[in-house]
Structure formats: C-alpha cells, structure tokens
Design a protein around this ligand. Structure first.
Ligand SMILES: *Cc1c(COP(=O)(O)O)cnc(C)c1O
Length: 405
C-alpha cells in the first residue's frame, strides 16, 4: 500500500498557504505536476557541482555533465522500454517533439497524395504542427472524430477508407480524460500500412508505457507532466525510422563536419539535438523517473485510479453539472461545467478558497467546438492528490455554486 503522507512530504510546494490562509489544493496536474525534493535537489546539485556544456569539453566537469546527461537518456530508455538509447531524442517538450516529427516525417516520407490522420480530441500541439507541415509539404490532413461520450468513432472504417501513412493520436486526452486503446489502434494501423505516433504527454505520469510491447513508431512526452522540470521533453522513434528521417534544427552538436560549402550530419540521437540542451532539466527528468519507480509507480497508479473514481462519483452527485467526456476508460482529469455558471467565474471563486483548477479550452479548441462551448472547468490529479483534497474541493465547489447561482 502507498503511504500518501510520505509522498506528500516530498513536495515542499504542497505546504503553501494560498493568500496566507487556505491550504493549497492543487488540482491542475494535467497542466503541470509539482516537483519532489529529489528533482529539485538534482537541479541544485547540477548547478552547484558540475555545470558544464556536454559532449564538447575535455575537462573534468564537462565529462561529468556528459556522463549524467547520457545516463539520463538510458533512464528514459528504460522507463519506456525502448530498444536502443539512440531512440531517445531530447527536446524542449511535447510541443517541440511533435513539431520535429511533423516537419521531418513529412519532408522524408510524405508526398502530396499521402494522408496524415489526427483526431478531434488532440491538444493543439498535435494539430497545429501537422497543419503547418501540410501547408509546407502538401500532404492531406484528416481527422478521426469522437462521439458524445468522448470516444473515437469509426476508427477502423476511417483508417480503411483514408489509408493514412501516419496516425498521430493522444494516449490520454488532456480535456476529456479518455484513454484511447492505443495497443489496438497500433495493431490495426500496422495491419494497414499506417505508422502511429503517440502523444503521451498526459499518460506518461499515469500509465506504464512500454514502446516495444505497444510497437509504437513514435512517442512524445514532456518532463514537466511527470514530476520533472519544465524545458525538457522526449521524442521516441524507432531507430530505422529516425535514421531515415531528415534533420530538424541546424547548429552545433548535430553535425559531423561543416565546411563553407556543405555539412554532413551526426548520427542518432545527436542529429536531432542541435545546440546546447537543457542539461540540468534532462538530469532532473531522470531524477523524476527514478523517484517514480522508487515510490512504486504501480502503487501510485492504483492510488490515482481510486482518487479519480472518487472524484468522478462525487461530481456526478452535483445537480445541474455537466461532465464532458464519459468514455468507458478514463483517467486523471475531469472536465465539467455547472449550468448557468461561467467556467472562469467558478475557477476564480475556487481559487479564492485555495483550490487550483484549470479553466478554459485546455489547448483543445476543436473539443470545445464539438460541444458548442467556450471552455470548461477541469480538475486533474497526481500521485499526491488525496480523497480529503477532493472533499475540500467539493465543499468549495458547493460554496462557489451557491454564490454564483
Ligand atoms: C500538455 C500536453 C501537450 C503539450 O505539452 P507541452 O509541455 O506544452 O509541450 C500535448 N499534448 C497533451 C495531451 C498534453 O496534455
């Protein structure tokens, strides 16, 4: 069993009093997670003991920083069970990973007759890069839609008729909480010559991900959604695909030789890692993954599922409150709207009581358009969320609704 007070004690920020009065109830974990002291200390350690640029210097500190940086790559490799460490590309986050993928995949593999499929439930960072690449390279962009419950509809039919070369899809929707059956999706797509990229930004902290057993072709996530610092993310890709893919940013690190006429490129993973990386944050990411394993990731997932179910059941009891996303398989976040109450007003009143939720379109405007709304209120949980906090949230919600209605 999980010792939740032991976990909570490792997050200094959870002791914050909002406006010197209300204990912080942090329910905005889908936007970013808080950081355990092990991660904070890894940053402090780096900047106090071995800050140096990586892969360049002959000197001692550079060697140390490089070792730690490359060990972090192996830590990520192990966390998602990638076959090779060169399959782990460090980026600034999911957004950069998906921009890299859209640009380089299109440049290398797509012609104007080809189609890329995404879905109506994607985060903007899995929509806009494909729209930009589609304009630049001329391939077709098509969408899988979702039904009123927030489940992808007509998946097989649509893949068979559109015959996409690639499907890029979220594992867990950051707005609806829908868990897409990514294993089935990948199996089916592969049978029909379609590769699959997984946006794992929401799932990385809430699901055990094994890219080999999933047979995912690409997978992207951000460190800051899995207890690591902001400024670092990952693009995983199968080695043979990444090897064939054109480079992205140009600069230091990604080259083999440069003359005034021509440049030859470095091998994997460096050909995609131009310029000085966020070394401390990469090391912080490894510290976060190590921390998660030490706390027992499986136990955390079980705890989260329990808190999630509890929150979902309690919210269902609230009169005249609509929940957006009622998929059979859901995780970690719940979007809702109280009838007659603007999402921003509710969020503001909850904040006045120390409860932090997200309000707005959650970077998923097509989801809002589907339901004909401008935004929702969203609560999202993490390892340190307790049922007691959900109770405080419910009391605060009750108070706020009485004031607003
Ligand atoms: C947060 C999120 C992103 C974007 O991540 P960044 O860290 O802002 O780059 C993409 N997709 C999903 C599902 C997300 O939750």
């Amino acid at each position: 069993m999980i010792d939740i007070s032991y976990i909570r004690a490792q997050f200094p920020i959870l002791e914050t009093k909002i406006r010197d009065k209300y204990p912080l109830i942090y329910l905005d974990n889908a936007a970013t997670t808080q950081k355990p002291i092990a991660v904070i200390n890894s940053l402090l350690d780096y900047y106090t003991k071995y800050n140096a640029n990586v892969h360049r210097g002959v000197h001692y500190l550079s060697g140390l920083a490089t070792d730690m940086f490359e060990q972090s790559r192996v830590a990520v490799q192990e966390f998602i069970n990638a076959k090779h460490s060169q399959e782990i590309i460090f980026t600034r986050g999911t957004t950069e990973s998906l921009n890299l993928l859209a640009h380089c995949f299109a440049k290398s593999f797509l012609s104007q007759a080809d189609t890329v499929m995404i879905t109506q439930m994607e985060h903007h960072s899995n929509i806009v890069p494909w729209q930009i690449a589609s304009e630049d390279y001329g391939f077709k962009l098509d969408y899988l839609t979702f039904d009123d419950n927030g489940e992808i509809e007509d998946f097989e039919k649509k893949i068979l008729s559109a015959k996409p070369k690639l499907l890029s899809i979220c594992h867990i929707s950051n707005t609806l909480g829908t868990i897409n059956d990514i294993k089935h999706i990948i199996d089916f797509c592969h049978k029909h010559d379609c590769l699959v990229a997984v946006d794992a930004a929401q799932s990385i902290a809430h699901k055990v991900i094994d890219v080999q057993s999933l047979d995912a072709d690409f997978l992207a996530f951000s460190g800051h959604k899995v207890y690591a610092p902001m400024g670092v993310g990952v693009l995983y890709g199968k080695k043979d695909l990444l090897d064939k893919m054109a480079v992205y940013h140009g600069g230091g690190e990604m080259i083999k030789t440069v003359t005034m006429e021509k440049t030859t490129y470095n091998g994997l993973p460096y050909k995609f890692e131009a310029g000085t990386p966020s070394v401390a944050d990469v090391i912080g990411l490894a510290a976060a993954l190590k921390w998660l394993k030490e706390m027992s990731f499986e136990d955390i997932i079980a705890h989260e599922d329990e808190v999630f179910q509890y929150a979902a059941n309690r919210l269902k009891e609230v009169k005249d409150l609509r929940i957006f996303g009622n998929a059979k398989d859901k995780s970690s976040c719940i979007s809702f709207l109280a009838d007659g109450v603007h999402h921003l007003d509710l969020g503001t009143l909850l904040d006045a009581m120390g409860v932090a939720i997200r309000t707005g379109h959650h970077c998923a405007e097509p989801v809002m358009q589907k339901f004909g709304i401008a935004g929702t209120d969203r609560l999202s949980i993490a390892a340190y969320t307790t049922k007691d906090e959900i109770d405080v949230f419910m009391q605060s919600l009750d108070k706020a609704l009485k004031m607003l209605r």
